[in-house]
Design a protein around this ligand. Sequence first.
Ligand code: ZN
Length: 473
Amino acid sequence: MSVALWETVIGLEVHVQLKTQTKMFCRCAVDFGAPPNSLTCPVCLGLPGALPVPNARAVAAATRLGLALNCQIAERTVFARKNYFYQDLPKGYQISQYEAPLCADGSFLVPGEDHDLVVAIVRAHLEEDAAKTIHSGGETGRKVGADVSLVDFNRGGAPLVEVVTAPVIHSSRDAKRFLTLLRQTIIELDVSDAEMEKGTLRVDANVSVRPAGSTELRARWELKNVNSFNYVARGIDLAATEQIRRYQEGENVHQQTFDFEPSSGALTPHRDKEEADDYRYFPEPDLAPVEPDRAEVERLRAALPELPGARLTRLRTQLGFSRALVLVSGGLDQLYDATVAAGAEPHAAANVIANELVGAGVQPAQVPAGELARLVTARPRLPRPVFAAALAAADSAGFCADDYLAQAFTDADADLEAIVADVLAEHPEQVAAYRAGKEALAGFFVGAVLKKAAGAADPKTVSELVQRGLATQ
Ligand SMILES: [Zn+2]
């Protein structure tokens, strides 16, 4: 059986640490980088008698993320205790949501070049983070082989949303596409920094394979603690390839948990609490159910901005997918929209913003769209260095297309005149032939000048300059 007869099945679990001032159930600050164990209190340390209180801002942030994922927002949501014993969990349980998550039954559209991806979202629930364990002295930085393990309780109790997809993704490439757009959506919603290096975005991937055409779900491997989207993709490919090999050789695949080791690029078995799968969930008796106010939910829904996926879909019809992706993923599409709204031709505006502006290292927020529209309209194909200089002038408050254009035209024409002179000097025989009456050679000179100007010149202007050069030289 060849690999082509197998289908990879991927479900993702994405942990998002919410950007709130305080933790999920206490008033301790959430501050990445504070001295270890300086941000704790009886509630997040689980001391006897301490009572948790839900953070309303965390509930609102999770609701906004759920709405962006097209989830249903529960009328009544219940916190539960997820019981397990581990050094990063002083209470002996984590407060999470089990049977009644805040957000459920969503879907997230990822527009693509050749196919759109619709990822079903099973749930997005609120929970508190565990403390951070730092393993020191081992070769891999993991628990196995470490000399000491240190615990920092600052992170314990920080608010998390766990987004769980259905197993509907079928390639590592699609998994990466989904994660990339989800991350941008989270960042634009301003609910989290979503930085994998800081641990504010963490991804676990569940991977299985099945014969193509089948709908069964076979035993899956869970890849944990993978700290970049590229590693997620590599881990998925490794897991799928190995599972296919085992099935083809008549072996069985058992449910198992792995870490992806960036140093070796291999999957290593994960030895941890996750092997015990019975968390004995029960409703948290110290917390009342949360019943989100319906008017507030609708207000949050109405206040959602146009999200990157929707903007990608809209711009794709105007500009094609790859240009739309450059604008949206680069945070350039607001300027594009404003420039087009100010009267610029869409393709010319997209071209200038995606190529010249980025090339010149100019921040889009510093460019006045109205002036840019006038510039693009007056002279869409300025020589690149001239355009870069113009856009750099956008850094100063005095940026104005009028002031700039006069100079730009002069500079551009001076540059072109120099190129025309060079071309004529390089081709004395053709110049002589032209002057002897072979006027069709004018096209040859124009072509040579355009080639030297790397296309950043107006053919009509070049033609005039060539005629003038030939007449006077
Ligand atoms: Zn606390």
